[in-house]
Design a protein around this ligand. Structure first.
Ligand SMILES: Cc1ncc(C[n+]2csc(CCOP(=O)(O)OP(=O)(O)O)c2C)c(N)n1
Length: 980
């Protein structure tokens, strides 16, 4: 059989269309167009009936959606790159004719390609029984004569190379079936027939059927042996030394080590120099201490309860299974591959989009700094490891997969490895998912899946190499489903037989994967028993040595390196910083922010209300609105060499149609981002309109921000409250990454907020929750306590304040997440505008804004209102109506956390004669900033002067949905405010 089916070893036998990206772009061509161009002439004799009318493919080309997407809003916009194109040509007329003539054989082959995985030998435990798949029964296709010879051309991927004496294009049915069985129903199985792109399906089939697998060399065998055996020795060592520690060992799934090593090695060979790795707990310590080069002594020291950082650093640390390391792995290629492993929280799968964001940031960096030929994914690769239960159960997986191929989110495809031990804690597969495979979620993006039996490490290497090849050819996600088992309970202290007695009888009777592999190598005479014993012994002793060094071990800091050099760990907050820009520069930037090429047709309403209106306001430098201030802030940072990325749903236009950072040509839908056209040397603005996801998208931006200290990363919620869909990321990354892992992030979150009658879900960004998540001190009197909060929470009331905040975010020498309670109605409120003067040199963000009206004669003030946000504008209007201008001072608290104690102290001193001090807010009493402000402001007030409260009553829903009630509540607040 091998003679007959020594099939094509490479795609060289076929024409590979690989036009350069630039050529494609300029010609306005896309993958679809290229594929169509190679359509064969179909001979009338073979197929006149079949093809007498236009084919469905011609009517509904598979790639038309991708094509539309590429044309709309992407191509030409910064951050978009034409994806790598790899295409296999269609069948030749002769092949098509043969497919018709031998249609029954073709049906059998398709049966194997589609359903072969169900009959494959994938499960070491045999829980997943091999099925008798009817579609694989040749007789059902009237193929009954084993000896009959068939022409395979166009049916099985036969080599066209007639020059090869061994390659034949015909084979007997018996040989064909044997080959199909071997290809599709062995220890590796494939799911690729769901891929909508015919070229990809053909490529895959070609690889599986005719691919001469790169051999597993003796060196490879040695490497596999070492990885497996070290993993097992490590687990045994840990079990011996730390019997009471939950380490989530790898026993049963040691092939994970082999898979990762094969992946990094193959990727390195292909030129990948940066890999970003997100993974959960299972086998993490095995991986860390071996492949990821984490010092075992550091790990043992941590297990003993010592910190992972130098003791003097302001970090609270994290548990063992969240530690990370980022080594450079040298596989003997020109450059080593840098594997950047991310810290992860316990929330399974939450790390995935963070890893994707970090990979994308690395990708963008490479694009900026390498030749235009450098394509997405050439040098960067995201690797995501998953547990089988988590991969199928966690919603973030779906959201993240949804981002994988989007223009402003792709980094050229992630390689997913499901470390499938067939159980989640105590939950077996039948209770864990409604799908056949854990990997089935990947089909939502049509990712191919390669299942492999984890008991066969060499097969794992083959499977991994193929997975990488697919990713490398098509720059899309691919999934390796590594089917294994878990030798112990969920952790080593658990008894798995409480819930899975039969499964664990089976497991306990099994030889370990490393042992079985050692036996295989012994049988092959590749290694001797004494070499194996010695290797085990040596590694155990090495771990003993590492262990003995715990007492003298001093952890080293690994933060603020590489791109972060020059940044500091802050010890106190810097709120005020001269972030002004010259009026001349601001005017130019603002003008540039609405400029478009002469042949560009802007929507007439935008031309009038956006472009002309902005230009007019610039003339007198007054009435600068929020969107203009934001554009100037962006533009000024770009001019100073920073990059800016704004991401979220519909951010290009802006939820409230205020931003228009990207203009769309009315004739062609071409996109223009005016701020990217200011000068050659400026930074870039990436306008990343996102999918309708908060959790994955926010996490993605968070991941980016870890890689981009020189980029203003902004995520905007459509309405402020939608952030809560991303709460996992906020709790485990945004608010706590710095203290847990010393990882800073300058992420800005824009959260439109305000009680304008929009109802329970569009009014509140839950200020109270953000404040509760900060670590601001409750003691505001002790001057020795310096505010250095984990996040800054601000509620600016003027465009100038917002402008300064955005600039401050980049101008400081440290990074902190900035939570902006953002405007909605204020975006168009004429009084909520600023002048260029307010943003000129010498100006700054003011944490507290005093009352210009009452400051002249503070002695006549009877009541001081502390307010934050848009209510301020209602208050000043009402005060005027009530004629209370001298009696009531209105003090704006613009920065909520860190608590602006100096500014507020000053205000309280100014109005020391006032009778009443009141916190006023439009939110319910259990919401807004009240519960945060009250205990703090109280400490600053004179003795016996309490802090009053005016606002909505406590409420379960953040706001009413009844307009009349809303208006009454608002009126009551205003009435109470000026009741003296
Ligand atoms: C979001 C989330 N929910 C629940 C848990 C608790 N938990 C920890 S591990 C685990 C089982 C995970 O199973 P699987 O994904 O198959 O990975 P394995 O531990 O088997 O490698 C569960 C439910 C968690 N860590 N995260």
């Amino acid at each position: 059989m091998s003679g007959i089916l020594r099939l094509a070893t490479s795609s060289s036998a076929r024409t590979v269309l690989k036009p350069s990206a630039g050529l494609l772009r300029s010609a306005g061509l896309h993958r679809h167009a290229l594929q169509q161009s190679s359509k064969p002439n179909i001979t009338a004799s073979s197929s006149s009936k079949l093809f007498s009318r236009p084919s469905r493919a011609a009517l509904f080309p598979a790639s038309s959606i991708a094509q539309q997407r590429a044309a709309y809003h992407d191509d030409g916009a910064y951050g978009y790159r034409v994806p790598k194109v790899y295409s296999m040509p269609d069948y030749t007329p002769e092949e098509l004719a043969n497919r018709v003539d031998n249609a029954n054989l073709l049906r059998l082959v398709i049966g194997y390609r589609t359903h072969g995985h169900l009959a494959a030998d994938l499960d070491p435990l045999d829980i997943v029984k091999r099925q008798k798949v009817l579609a694989l029964d040749a007789e059902r296709y009237a193929l009954t004569d084993d000896a009959k010879s068939y022409n395979l051309s166009g049916i099985l991927h036969v080599n066209q190379s007639k020059s090869s004496a061994e390659a034949k294009e015909e084979a007997s049915l018996k040989t064909i079936v044997a080959h199909l069985e071997k290809s599709y129903c062995g220890k590796i199985a494939y799911e690729f027939m769901h891929i909508p792109n015919a070229s990809e399906r053909r490529w895959f089939a070609h690889q599986v059927e005719s691919y001469q697998k790169p051999p597993i060399t003796p060196d490879d065998k040695q490497r596999i042996f070492e990885l497996l055996t070290k993993s097992e020795v490590f687990d045994h060592f840990m079990g011996k030394k730390f019997a009471q520690v939950k380490r989530y060992g790898l026993e049963g799934a040691e092939s994970m080590m082999v898979a990762l090593d094969a992946l990094f090695q193959t990727a390195s060979k292909a030129g990948v120099t940066e890999a970003v790795l997100g993974m959960p707990h299972r086998g993490r310590l095995n991986l860390l201490t071996d492949l990821m080069q984490y010092n075992p002594t550091a790990l043992f020291s941590k297990v003993k309860g010592n910190p992972e950082f130098p003791i003097n650093l302001p970090a609270s640390g994290d548990v063992l299974s969240h530690i990370a390391n980022s080594p450079k792995l040298d596989y003997g290629e020109a450059e080593p591959i840098h594997v950047s492993m991310l810290h992860n929280p316990s929330h399974l799968e939450a790390v995935n989009p963070v890893a994707m964001g970090k990979a994308r940031a690395k990708q963008m960096d490479l694009i900026a700094n390498s030749s235009p030929e450098c394509q997405l994914g050439d040098k960067v690769m995201c690797v995501q490891l998953h547990g089988d239960a988590a991969f199928t159960g966690q919603g973030v997986v779906m959201e993240s997969l949804g981002l994988s191929n989007l223009p402003h989110f792709t980094s050229g495809g992630s390689v997913h490895i499901v470390v499938n031990n067939q159980i989640g804690y105590t939950t077996p597969a039948q209770n864990a998912r409604s799908s056949v495979y854990s990997s089935d979620i990947g089909k939502m993006i049509n990712a191919p899946v390669i299942h492999v039996n984890g008991d066969h490490p060499e097969e794992v290497v083959h499977a991994m190499r193929l997975a990488f090849e697919y990713r490398n050819k098509f720059r899309k996600d691919v999934i390796l489903d590594l089917i294994a088992y878990r030798r112990w309970g969920h952790n080593e202290l658990d008894e798995p037989a409480f819930t899975q007695p039969l499964m664990y009888n089976n497991i306990r009777a099994r030889k370990s994967v490393p042992k079985m592999y050692e036996e295989k190598l012994l049988a092959e005479n590749v290694i001797t028993k004494s070499a194996i014993d010695e290797f085990r012994q040596d590694y155990f002793e090495k771990l003993e040595d590492d262990f003995s060094e715990i007492d003298s071990f001093k952890p080293e800091a690994d933060h603020l390196q590489d791109k972060w050099k020059g940044m500091i760990l802050p010890t106190e907050t810097v709120s005020r910083l001269d972030t002004g820009v010259s009026k001349e520069a601001m005017t130019k930037i603002a003008q540039a922010s609405v400029a478009a090429p002469s042949d560009f047709e802007i929507h007439p309403r935008l031309e009038k209300f956006h472009v002309q209106s902005r230009l007019k306001k610039l003339k007198d430098g007054q009435s600068i609105d929020w969107a203009t201030a934001e554009a100037i802030a962006f533009g000024s940072l770009l001019k100073e060499g920073y990059d800016v990325r704004i991401c979220g749903q519909d951010v290009g236009r802006g939820t409230f149609s205020q931003r228009h950072a990207m203009l769309v040509d009315q004739k062609t839908e071409r996109v223009h981002i005016p701020l990217n056209a200011m000068s050659e040397s400026q930074g870039h603005l990436e306008v990343a309109n996102s999918s309708l996801s908060e959790l994955a998208v926010l996490a993605f931006e968070t991941g980016m921000s870890y890689e981009t200290p020189k980029m203003l990363n902004i995520w905007e919620a459509q309405f402020g409250d939608f952030f809560n869909s991303a709460q996992v990321t906020i709790d485990t990354y945004v608010s706590s990454a710095e203290t847990k892992w010393l990882r800073q992030s300058g992420l800005v979150m824009l959260l439109p907020h305000g009680y304008d009658g929009a109802g329970p879900e569009h009014s509140s960004c839950r200020i109270e929750r953000w404040l509760q998540m900060t670590n601001d001190s409750f003691d505001v009197k002790d001057p020795s306590i310096k505010a250095n909060t984990n996040m800054h929470v601000v509620n600016p009331t003027t465009p100038a304040q917002y402008f300064h905040l955005l600039r401050r975010q980049m101008k400081r020498d440290f990074r902190k997440p900035l939570i902006v309670v953002g405007p909605k109605t204020l975006l168009r409120l004429p009084t909520a505008t600023s002048s260029l003067e307010d943003m000129a040199p010498g100006t700054t963000f003011e944490p507290v804004l005093g009352d210009a009206k009452t400051e002249e004669d503070p002695s006549s003030v009877e009541k001081v209102l502390f307010v934050s946000g848009k209510l301020y504008y209602d208050l000043i209007k009402e005060r005027q109506t009530k004629g209370a201008d001298e009696k009531v001072a209105i003090v704006r608290v613009e920065e909520l956390s860190p608590f602006p104690k100096e500014g507020l102290k000053q205000q309280i001193e100014t109005y020391s004669g006032a009778k009443e001090f009141t916190w006023i807010q439009e939110e319910p009493q259990n919401g807004g900033a009240y519960s945060f402000m009250e205990p703090r402001i109280r400490q600053l007030l004179p003795e016996n002067k309490p802090l009053g409260y005016i606002g909505r009553d406590p409420s379960a829903a953040p706001a009413t949905g009844i307009a009349v009630v809303h208006r009454k509540e608002s009126a009551d607040i205003l009435a109470k405010a000026f009741r003296l």
